[in-house]
Write a protein that binds this ligand. Structure first.
Ligand SMILES: C[S@@+](CC[C@H](N)C(=O)[O-])C[C@H]1O[C@@H](n2cnc3c(N)ncnc32)[C@H](O)[C@@H]1O
Length: 324
């Protein structure tokens, strides 16, 4: 890990913020949610009963960890376990600890754009799982994917957990998966979390919680722009809104301007005007069915090896390999 990668993330933040806020339909990239405060608020979100996604994946890992290890590594073959967007690794630790108990031969490389997330995960792992071989990487996984060189000797298992893939739109998820396929060899595996379509009320409650955690998480993006780019957003003049379309399975998060206002971003010498009620699109959280997952796998050059479900079938961890 080095500071150069942090500086690159910082510069990207300025460029992406201006691009998003000056476009006709304003948007901000969800990858910037996770500064120190954002990562803390996301932990609050993950602990809410309404945010069923965490419990589902915890259930899958706790109940099916033996089958998962058997699918990752036949006959105890060595592997590199690389996690994209590892966050605080709470759920992954269930797998890591089981793999160690079973004397699996592997190294764990968590990648995250949030330096706080990577640094505190490494510290936790040193205490909780001292025998684990870890190599943390700070940066954008889009950029770091290119550094994961195809390696014919050691099998790679790429983890993309939670519902990270759901934060991509159709073309981004396709490009991302094709990018992953290019750095994978024939026996490498990709293990991805997908949130399934379900009762719209259950989905809306997860992103519109009564405690205000999701609202605080979304509004924290504006605070981050104030702190890091010298802007003067008044957070009280915006609110969080969630929309869900059951036909497409798309949940979308927005920040809405309560009044007509002009914001200055001093460090970038830019003024941004908002009409009353104008939206900033901040995040997509796509929900899937099995046909959509299969189509995505096939379209991007993979095939589904096995799906691991929780009991309610709210969530699936889908194991993919490259289509021969
Ligand atoms: C929704 S959290 C999920 C964390 C963890 N995978 C889980 O399932 O609990 C998304 C994580 O991905 C990281 N992230 C988002 N966009 C990223 C990017 N482009 N490159 C690297 N990390 C990214 C965030 O910092 C955050 O820790």
């Amino acid at each position: 890990m080095d500071n150069t990668q942090n500086t690159i993330v910082q510069n990207d933040f300025a460029v992406d913020t201006i691009e998003g806020l000056t476009s006709d339909s304003k948007y901000l990239s969800s990858k910037y949610f996770y500064n120190e405060m954002g990562s803390k608020i996301f932990q609050d979100i993950m602990r809410m009963p309404e945010y069923y996604l965490t419990d589902c994946e915890l259930e899958i890992f706790s109940n099916l960890k033996q089958e998962i290890l058997a699918s990752f590594s036949e006959n105890n073959e060595s592997f590199d376990l690389i996690e994209l967007g590892a966050g605080d690794g709470t759920k992954t630790k269930i797998l890591l600890s089981h793999f160690l108990e079973e004397n699996a031969n592997f190294k764990y490389s968590p990648i995250d754009i949030s330096s706080d997330a990577v640094l505190s995960l490494i510290e936790d792992l040193r205490t909780e799982l001292p025998n684990l071989k870890v190599n943390g990487l700070i940066g954008d996984y889009y950029n770091l994917i290119g550094d994961i060189k195809p390696n014919g000797y050691l099998k790679k298992v790429l983890l993309f957990l939670g519902s990270n893939i759901g934060n991509f739109n159709d073309s981004t998820s396709f490009n991302f998966l094709v990018g992953l396929r290019k750095v994978m060899c024939s026996n490498d595996l990709l293990f991805i979390g997908f949130d399934m379509k379900k009762d719209p009320n259950i989905i809306l409650n997860a992103y519109n919680d009564p405690y205000g955690h999701t609202a605080a998480f979304n509004l924290n993006l504006l605070k981050r722009i104030n702190d890091e780019l010298g802007a003067n957003f008044n957070i009280d003049e915006f609110y969080h809104r969630e929309e869900y379309n059951p036909d497409t399975g798309t949940a979308s998060s927005y920040l809405i301007s309560k009044i007509e206002q002009t914001i200055s971003i001093n460090n970038l010498d830019q003024n941004i005007h908002f009409e009353k009620g104008e939206k900033i699109f901040t995040e997509i959280s796509q929900k899937y069915d099995l046909d959509m997952i299969n189509d995505l796998a096939i379209k991007s050059g993979f095939e589904v090896v096995r799906n691991f479900f929780d009991e309610r079938q709210y969530f699936v961890n889908s194991l993919w390999k490259i289509k021969p």
